[in-house]
Design a protein around this ligand. Structure first.
Ligand code: NDP
Ligand code: HEM
Length: 486
């Protein structure tokens, strides 16, 4: 304690600091000394304050909450966090996809909706978006897709022509681009949007019976979106509008919540379902598999230190606990590798030892050492051993398996009866959107495709893309872009 009653400044080694203001010099006006270790520590540490930003979803914010399961779904999964009455602490990080760390929250983009559940069986991560689908269905195309949404090599500017070039060349994107071009592409806050697990996952119960599931987190605040003009205005007024809104709401006790629903498909029905149930560009229509409410998820606590708890948070779709497994969705399969790999690069090999990523379950792992290891495995450091070290229990994972056979190929999915790229976005346009929604969708597309970099050659491709979804939509886009013909 200093004489003033406040704590004494120290070095990071806990040694009392010599001064908050003055470097050590030879005389008041003379040069500085290399022996001023305190100055050197401050400057050197400052130079290392940033870790690389996430390669996608760089701008985001989050909070802690609780998942409470109110219905009995033990017949579908033995996962402890989904048993009736279970309450599980969780962390969420919401984000935009394409922009960098300082980019505006109100950009037109899908929103990341990444959740970590700290369960007694280890961390369960559900790393979804505010849309139930995605732009592509094979991870081979992910880096190309993202490059088209980010910056050009020559000018370092974003370029809508590049975006339309990728989208029109990838017709499987039509469903997700449709949702993106409705006003749901510019939510008014993170509290006013739904979240989706998006992929299909495997659930299995204590008897080893299997089901396919999709998760829906429906906002209890109601869906609210910005119009394109409002979203543009917020870019200038407050680029952190969504981060601020969430923090303020939680601070005043207005805790946002979501009703948690699942669609459940018996395992055997996947083979003959009219859509490929593992294709991430498709939903399961509610009429086929009605969503079942299973609980509530509420956010109630702001982080105390954004860098430690949000910037260093590491979500990974591979974190699946007993009772939950992966599906053959090719995108999910790709993501199982991608996230832990990027965490090792972005944060370091021991990222799971940071408090925000550390499970509440005890860790008994044979992994050891590496940069910044402090919770290191004790002896024995190998398995098998005769020294009483941890032993795996395959019984816990009984049910997490299914038969697959086939030739090794590079191929598109085999089409199911109703599979095509345009049917589901057409249903959205025809049956779901109101007249106002349709009008805004057309204006949003026309605005986006009218930016100066979109070439005269690209515009007819854009029109054709939308005519494939629906003739009326394509014609209205053509009119907006000043292109004749049908
Ligand atoms: P339904 O009429 O049963 O459901 C349509 C769903 O669309 C709604 O429940 C709502 O889901 C969502 N929705 C409502 N308004 C909008 C909007 N303005 N923009 C985007 N989505 C909206 O029909 P189907 O289940 O047969 O689906 C028809 C189409 O609806 C699909 O092809 C897809 O494009 C879209 N959709 C379907 C979802 C699904 O999981 N089945 C989910 C979202 C969209 P929610 O409250 O979950 O947003
Ligand atoms: C973040 C890869 C598809 C949702 C990321 C990151 C990578 C990545 C490398 C950065 C992670 C970090 O640095 O912490 C991929 C690949 C994909 C894919 C390779 C496809 C093959 C998807 C899909 C969704 C999604 C389909 C949603 C359904 C997210 C979210 C984040 C993220 C929400 C941010 C997580 C956070 O807040 O920390 N993705 N992604 N991604 N991705 Fe993906």
């Amino acid at each position: 304690m200093s004489t003033s009653g406040t704590p004494t400044t120290t070095t990071d080694a806990g040694i009392a600091a010599p001064s908050d203001e003055h470097s050590q010099s030879i005389g008041p006006n003379g040069p500085l000394l290399l022996q001023d270790h305190y100055l050197i520590q401050k400057m050197a540490h400052f130079n290392r304050e940033r870790v690389p930003e996430r390669v996608v979803h760089a701008k985001g914010g989050g909070a802690y909450g609780t998942l409470e399961i109110t219905e009995d779904v033990g017949q579908y999964t033995k996962a402890k966090l989904f048993q009736k009455g279970a309450q599980t602490k969780s962390l969420v990080r919401f984000s935009t996809v394409a922009g960098e760390l300082g980019s505006p929250d109100s950009n037109r983009d899908p929103r990341g909706f990444a959740m970590k559940f700290y369960t007694e069986d280890g961390n369960y991560d559900l790393v979804g978006n505010n849309t139930p689908i995605f732009f592509i269905r094979d991870p081979q195309k992910f880096s190309d897709f993202i490059h088209s949404q980010k910056r050009r090599a020559d000018t370092n500017l974003r370029d809508n022509n590049m975006q339309w070039d990728f989208w029109t060349g990838s017709p499987e994107s039509a469903h997700q681009v449709s949702l993106l071009m409705t006003d749901r592409g510019t939510p008014s806050s993170w509290r006013h949007m739904n979240g989706y697990g998006s992929h299909t996952f495997l659930w299995y119960n204590a008897a080893g019976e299997k089901f396919w599931v999709k998760y829906h987190f429906k906002t209890d605040q109601g869906i609210k979106n910005f119009t394109d003009a409002e979203a543009d205005e917020w870019k200038g007024k407050d680029s952190d509008v969504h981060m601020r809104d969430l923090q303020d709401a939680i601070r005043r006790g207005d805790n946002p919540s979501w009703t948690v629903q699942v669609q459940v498909m018996p395992f055997e029905e996947a083979a003959d379902y009219r859509f490929n149930p593992f294709d991430l560009t498709k939903v399961w229509p509610h009429g086929d598999y009605p969503p079942i409410t299973i609980g509530k998820w509420t956010l109630h606590t702001n982080p105390e230190n954004y860098f430690a708890e949000i910037e260093q948070a590491a979500f990974e779709p591979a974190n699946l606990v007993p009772g939950i497994g992966a599906s053959p969705d090719k995108m999910l399969q790709g993501r199982l590798f991608s996230y832990p790999d990027t965490h090792r690069y972005r944060i370091g090999p021991n990222y799971l030892q940071l408090p925000v990523n550390s499970p509440i379950a005890e860790v008994h792992s044979y992994n050891k050492d590496g940069a910044m290891a402090y919770r290191n495995s004790p002896d024995p450091v190998y398995a098998p051993n005769t020294m009483g070290g941890p032993v795996a229990d395959p019984e816990l994972w009984k049910g997490d398996s299914y038969e697959v056979a086939g030739e090794i190929v590079r191929s598109a999915y085999i089409l199911h009866k109703d599979d095509d790229d345009y049917g589901q976005p057409r249903a959205l346009w025809e049956k779901v959107l109101s007249d106002t929604d349709r009008e805004h969708m057309v204006t949003n597309i026309v605005g986006h495709a009218s930016s100066p970099e979109v070439t005269a050659e690209m515009k007819p491709r854009v029109v054709e893309y939308w005519r494939n979804v629906h003739k009326d939509l394509g014609d209205r886009v053509a009119k907006g872009l000043g292109i004749n013909g049908s």
